[in-house]
Ligand binder design. Structure first.
Ligand code: ADP
Ligand code: MG
Length: 255
């Protein structure tokens, strides 16, 4: 047998994911059997009406919650096989989060905010300072290292948050409505930065309900009632958008 080309596992592989919430006498089927694979370097926008299950899926992908049924591999690792401590480790090593509300620490500088994940990772002060400086420069904020969040615009604060999310060099960047609190200029500023990260090879999954934000992505996955109803690659203007098959996750399942 000739060996095939070397193959990375997808960064995300979901197969038959269901999530059911039971509260009081109510049963909500937030995810109803969802399969999705995201390859290294892809830039995916997840769209869908409020309540369609976007954040539920994001919480599962971010290892903050577990599915009721189905399988999930993160960077080839079967997440179900991990205990709490290993999960926390995986989360901090493999995933960078960007939130709608920035979630920066108010009374500390941009530099200290970006250094924080490296403090948790045990990186020595000199190295972590240099890496934080580089990450801030990469989002166009060289010279703003000593500013407090309150001294930065919304777009700049979200770029600090992107620097913080990427300074650990995670396999995956997750962003839940990162432009939800921003005006259109700042929205463009932040999306341009995510586009740059994507061109540098980072894998990005973005939740948005705004079509013009989703246009920055390479691929748009549409949710309705806990299911994927379309999965399209971006194409040159004028071409009809092809529907792509969801990837056969079975073939890429972890060993
Ligand atoms: P979206 O992010 O697309 O707006 P969500 O994933 O937040 O949707 O929610 C999907 C469905 O699951 C909704 O009907 C919501 O009310 C329900 N839901 C979400 N989280 C919980 C929870 N912790 N407990 C009970 N129901 C929930
Ligand atoms: Mg949501």
């Amino acid at each position: 047998m000739t060996p095939g080309p070397p193959r990375h596992p997808p960064v995300i592989a979901l197969r038959g994911i269901e999530k059911t919430y039971r509260t009081g006498g109510n049963v909500v089927r937030a995810l109803r059997g969802m399969s999705l694979a995201v390859e290294r370097g892809d830039f995916v926008a997840i769209m869908g009406a409020s309540g369609s299950g976007k954040s539920t899926l994001m919480n599962i992908i971010g290892c903050l919650d577990v599915p009721t049924r189905g399988h999930f591999w993160l960077d080839g690792v079967d997440v179900r096989s991990l205990d709490e401590e290993m999960l926390a480790h995986l989360r901090s090593r493999k995933i960078g989060f960007v939130f709608q509300a920035f979630n920066l620490i108010a009374r500390t500088t941009a530099l200290a905010n970006v250094e924080l994940p490296l403090v948790y990772a045990g990186v020595r002060p000199a190295a972590r300072r240099q890496r934080a400086l580089d990450a801030l420069a990469a989002v166009g904020l060289a010279g703003r290292e000593d500013h407090l969040p309150s001294e930065l615009s919304g777009g700049q604060q979200q770029r600090v948050a992107i620097a913080r999310a990427t300074v650990t060099n995670p396999a995956l960047l997750l962003a839940d409505e990162p432009t939800g609190n921003l005006d259109s200029t700042a929205q463009h500023e932040v999306m341009s930065m995510l586009t740059k990260m994507s061109l540098e090879g980072r894998t990005i999954v973005l939740i948005t309900h705004e079509h013009d934000v989703a246009q920055y992505a390479k691929r748009i996955v549409q949710f309705r009632d806990g299911q994927i109803i379309s999965d399209r690659r971006a194409v040159a203007v004028g071409d009809p958008p092809p529907l792509i098959e969801s990837h056969p996750v079975e073939q890429v399942a972890s060993p």
